[in-house]
Ligand binder design. Structure first.
Ligand code: MN
Length: 569
């Protein structure tokens, strides 16, 4: 046993004072002895001391309780490494050998190596009890030295780690359950959105077909079709917003921030919002930007926010009103985009509730549709991009919705290789030549819709395939001018099919347009990155569809013209 630490040879001066000192010293000694005794007999931690060879010399009550051995059974008989999990000892020996760049043999040396070199060593391990049961422990090991500094033994202090381990295991299990539930939720939502879009695609597609068909619908049919379309597009917005919000809330929405030119975004939004504004007689004016502002943001999402705010400013305006878009740098490093309307304006109490989901300020009773999710989604998106969103409004004075984003520097000009550009074509005086479109789609309603749309174009011959394998066969045999490809196909997916077509020199030049119900911006980005010429989402918007088809056909024609020139020269 170690010394008490109190030197009994210090000062003995005799007399009364000496008597008192002696009494105090004895008291102190007793106290220290009691403490030492308490430590050694504590049942809460195991104390094992060994000689310099690692043979156990001391095995306290705690060690006896935890490990089930009596001290007499182990003292002078075994090493602490003998009551450790041998595989752990082996693993530790290997890890230490790697860490220290020397070979350490599995056994007591494994436990004592660091301590013998004066390095603090605390580790987790599994003890094996006398009855063969095991428990996790945290042990610390220290070398014991004599007055000359030579190692005379080792001290191992261990505590039972089962409770903590159990909590850890439970926590891990709970986290895995939560993670799976979250994954399942996202998965469900994305599948649900896909499932809802498919029938909606048929409703919207065929309604548009009737609307624009020949013979023209009667006025009463036209009214009915308008109602179907209005409700259908509304339902589509609803599905998109709910999906967006769910993705954001579950942390699944991934943004790809990059330097985005505000001038470009505004121009695109202007084109997109113009029909809606004209339809309602609202004049929208965009700022002419003197300096090109670049913000660090996700391009698609900035557009989404701006379109949403513009659309609201048009919807909730007064007849013949205006929408004024501004773009100013108030705070250094930040740009504020404001959308000012000449609508009714909002009372302070309304403003408070504005960014709450499903809250439309009693407008549910008015003619305007909307879920109120749009603004919530905008707020979350702006915040995810490191910005802020807000509104200034007063009843009778209209509203200014604004958002701020961080400015960034203009991106390095890189050549825009890979981005498909439509090439304007000189008119062919020879007139129309028959062109071929191949549509790969497993959904019969969609095939029928596209067949009906293409039937209006005598200059286009339509081939269809129900799956990608058949589609690739037809593509190789007929070499169509343009391919229209669904993504979710039985067997080979549309993306895989695109890869196969791109690898085949015979079909590599054919522009492939994706037409998919996977409408999350990330799907679209992925699709374009995979090499699709354009990416259209279902439900088909007839005008957009025909326009894109035109661009793809023009592109195909200009390409074959160029290939012809190359062959001729
Ligand atoms: Mn499909």
């Amino acid at each position: 046993m170690p010394e008490t630490g109190i030197d009994p040879t210090v000062g003995d001066e005799g007399g009364k004072a000496a008597g008192i000192t002696e009494a105090r010293r004895r008291e102190a000694l007793l106290k220290t002895g009691a403490l030492q005794n308490a430590i050694l007999t504590s049942a809460d931690f195991s104390i094992i001391a060994t000689d310099e060879k690692g043979i156990i010399q001391l095995f306290n009550v705690g060690a006896e309780r935890m490990l089930g051995y009596r001290a007499a059974e182990v003292v002078n008989r075994i090493r602490p490494s003998d009551i450790h999990d041998p595989e752990e000892v082996m693993a530790r020996a290997q890890a230490l050998s790697l860490e220290l760049g020397t070979t350490i043999t599995p056994g007591f040396e494994t436990l004592a190596f660091k301590a013998s070199r004066g390095i603090e060593d605390v580790y987790e391990l599994t003890y094996i009890c006398k009855d063969g049961s095991r428990f996790p422990a945290i042990a610390s090991i220290t070398a014991l030295r004599d007055d000359y500094g030579d190692v005379i033994g080792y001290l191992l202090i261990g505590t039972d780690n089962s409770a903590r381990k159990r909590v850890e295991v439970e926590l891990r299990a709970a986290m895995s359950v939560a993670k799976n539930a979250n994954l399942a939720k996202s998965e469900f939502l994305s599948r649900m959105s896909h499932e809802l879009r498919t029938p909606l695609g048929a409703i919207l597609g065929f309604a548009q077909l009737i609307e624009s068909g020949a013979p023209q619908p009667t006025p009463s049919q036209k009214r009915s079709v308008d109602q179907i379309l209005k409700a259908g597009w509304y339902l589509l917005d609803l599905i998109n917003e709910v999906l967006d919000l769910a993705l954001i809330e579950s942390g699944k929405l991934s943004l790809s921030p990059e330097p985005v030119s505000l001038a470009d975004v505004m121009l695109e939004c202007q084109t997109m919002i113009e029909p809606q504004a004209q339809g309602r007689g609202i004049r929208v004016s965009f700022p002419r930007l003197e300096t090109p502002h670049f913000v660090k943001a996700d391009r698609t999402r900035v557009k989404q926010v701006l379109i949403n705010l513009l659309s609201n400013a048009i919807k909730y305006n007064t007849p013949g009103g205006t929408v004024l878009v501004s773009c100013v740098v108030n705070t250094p490093g930040r740009v504020r985009i404001g959308i000012e309307d000449t609508g009714e304006g909002l009372a302070p109490a309304d403003i408070e509730q504005l960014f709450q989901p499903f809250n439309r300020l009693g407008r549910a009773a008015t003619v305007e549709e909307g879920t109120g999710i749009g603004l919530v989604v905008c707020k979350r998106l702006v915040e995810l991009m490191g910005g802020v969103i807000g509104v200034e409004s007063a009843v009778g004075r209209g509203s200014v919705f604004w958002f701020e984003l961080n400015l960034t520097t203009k991106p390095q000009p890189s050549d825009s290789a890979g981005t498909a550009v439509a090439i304007a074509l000189e008119q062919d005086p020879a007139g129309t030549q028959l062109r071929t479109l191949l549509y790969v789609e497993d959904n019969p309603a969609n095939r029928m819709l596209v067949e009906d749309l293409i039937a209006r174009r005598p200059d286009i011959r339509l081939l269809t395939a129900e799956d990608a394998t058949r589609g690739i066969e037809i593509a190789r045999a007929s070499l169509p001018d343009v391919i229209l490809m669904d993504i979710n196909l039985p067997g080979i997916s549309g993306i895989q099919a695109l890869g196969i077509l791109a690898e085949d020199p015979a079909t590599a030049h054919i522009p492939v347009v994706a037409l998919s119900a996977n409408a999350v911006p990330r799907d679209i980005e992925r699709g374009l990155k995979a090499g699709f010429f354009r990416y259209l989402t279902k439900p088909i918007k007839v005008n957009e569809f025909m326009h894109t088809l035109e661009i793809a056909l023009d592109f195909a024609e200009s390409q074959s013209a160029r290939m012809g020139e190359a062959e001729a020269s």
